[in-house]
Design a protein around this ligand. Structure first.
Ligand code: IPM
Ligand code: MG
Length: 354
């Protein structure tokens, strides 16, 4: 097992430290190679994705990433900002399928801002296309237009092969769950997503007749996620809609600090990272929630290393830790015991049943 570990910025290093403890316990022979990305990459090598970090990531079986970004880099030119490092590594490794599960642990039903009966038992998988769409489409820029006004522009684009491959990912994941896919688009307004819908229908009909496919406009989907989230199972959508809907879905589960993610290429080589950001406001205080990162390690065992037994072991250890009433600040309630980031990591480690 060769794993590139990229802690990044903000709370990245603290949460990664906890996740690394878990890997070292489960796989003492795993080769873990650390390298900077994001603002840390800029500070060490002048680029948010240093060449040696990219090289290491390409040579590894999996990448474990903390988070990137800090206000102190806001004044840099766009190309040098931490977020660029993240977008570039996704693109360079061809990680087109981003899996963002939103699962509510029963112990956290009260941490959600929604009523417990709306969210209890929630288990949604958002499949977000990650290497196309308005994030990467050309032309893009800020230029002066004919009236002499500055004008910003980006381009939403999807080709048929790009839609087909994410469709296959979503349908195949649905076959392992309750065989329902809801494809989210804005086909009433945007041609790009009109094509998206057409391709989803044809892939579904020709390859996955056992999976029930439905469609929803993104504005309605945003509303339905709050109104009745349990109507969804697998949701598949493009890059920008997936970015927004996955943050929304995360809050259903109480805290964005609980949500892992996997970004996979055609061969299930993957990058694993928490869905949350670098939270510079709480960085270095040892109060961040490491569970999203630890659960991302579980996804790594499941999808890249095909060791679902290990994945379940980690997930069970997290559940047990929550049952023991241990909580970081973000998910704290009156009856719980507040722990730090590293104490949470230690508790999960102790609860690993190996
Ligand atoms: C995410 C983040 C990133 C994105 C940012 C940091 C570039 O919000 O992973 O959801 O927009 O994809
Ligand atoms: Mg986001």
């Amino acid at each position: 097992m060769k794993i590139a570990v990229l802690p990044g910025d903000g709370i990245g290093p603290e949460i990664i430290e906890q996740a690394v403890k878990i890997i070292s316990k489960l796989s003492p022979n795993a080769k873990l190679n650390f390298s900077p990305i994001g603002g840390a990459g800029y500070d060490s090598f002048g680029k948010p994705l240093p060449d040696e970090t990219l090289k290491l990531a390409k040579e590894s079986d999996a990448v474990l990433l903390g988070a990137v970004g800090d206000w102190k880099y806001d004044q840099l030119p766009r190309e040098l900002r931490p977020e660029r490092g993240l977008l570039k590594i996704r693109q360079e490794l061809n990680l087109f399928a981003n899996l963002r599960p939103a699962i509510l642990f029963p112990e956290l039903a009260n941490a959600s801002t929604l009523k417990p009966e709306i969210v209890s038992g929630l288990d949604i998988l958002i499949v977000r296309e990650l290497t196309g769409d308005i994030y990467f489409g050309q032309p893009r820029g800020i230029e002066e237009n004919q009236d002499g006004d500055r004008e910003g522009f980006n381009t939403m684009r999807y080709s048929v092969p790009e839609i087909e491959r994410i469709a296959h990912s979503a349908f195949q994941l649905a076959q392992l769950r309750s065989k329902k896919v809801c494809s989210v688009d804005k086909a009433n307004v945007l041609e790009t997503t009109e094509l998206w819908r057409e391709v989803m229908i044809s892939i579904g009909k020709n390859h996955y007749p056992d999976v029930e496919l439905s469609h929803m406009y993104v504005d309605n989907a945003a509303m339905q996620l709050i109104r009745n989230p349990k109507q969804f199972d697998v949701m598949v959508t493009g890059n920008i809609f997936g970015d927004i809907l996955s943050d929304e879905a995360s809050m259903l589960t109480g805290s964005i600090g609980m949500l892992p993610s996997a970004s996979l290429d055609q061969n299930n080589k993957g990058m694993y990272e928490p869905s949350h950001g670098s939270a510079p406001d709480i960085a270095g205080k040892n109060i961040a929630n490491p569970l999203a990162t630890i659960l991302s390690v579980a996804m790594m065992y499941r999808y890249t290393f095909k060791l679902s037994g290990y994945a379940e072991m980690i997930e069970n250890a997290v559940k047990l830790t929550l049952k023991q009433n241990l909580r970081t600040k973000d998910i704290l309630d009156e009856n719980a015991i507040e722990v730090t980031c590293s104490e949470m990591g230690e508790a999960v480690l102790r609860n690993l049943n190996i």
